[in-house]
Design a protein around this ligand. Structure first.
Ligand code: AMP
Length: 113
């Protein structure tokens, strides 16, 4: 989608620190990390948020979770613990309107928006 920053990141029009990529998703470091590990996992396809999920694309969520598990293990935070969060719409704290999952860890997590 034109003017979507995460679509531009997915198309490599804007640089990011990529930690994982396949044909359906991209994972890259959050530009303003809330913890030592803070990665965003996005579908390459433009979905606004979880409200855009349907029976045809919902398998993406399972895939994102498996990649989150892999990244958590690789980052060494799997055993101690981590958080996977997706924000939806304004009161849910969503700022970028391209669906994304935050993978956060590396310290004891308090409350994150
Ligand atoms: P949310 O509030 O769930 O929409 O989170 C959006 C996240 O995107 C925030 O944690 C931002 O720090 C992050 N972010 C925004 N722009 C960039 C960027 N160019 N590269 C990496 N992360 C970004």
């Amino acid at each position: 989608m034109q003017d979507c920053i995460f679509c531009k990141i997915a198309k490599k029009e804007i640089p990011s620190q990529v930690v994982y990529e396949d044909e359906r998703i991209l994972a890259f470091r959050d530009i303003s990390p809330l913890a030592p590990v803070h990665v965003l996992i996005i579908p390459k396809e433009h979905l606004i948020n979880v409200l855009d999920l349907n029976e045809k694309n919902v398998d993406l969520i399972g895939h994102i979770h498996l990649v989150a598990n892999k990244l958590a293990r690789e980052a060494g935070i799997a055993e101690k613990g981590f958080r996977i969060v997706t924000n939806c719409n304004e009161e849910g704290g969503q700022i970028v309107f391209h669906m994304h999952y935050h993978l956060i860890g590396g310290e004891e997590l308090k409350n994150f928006a």
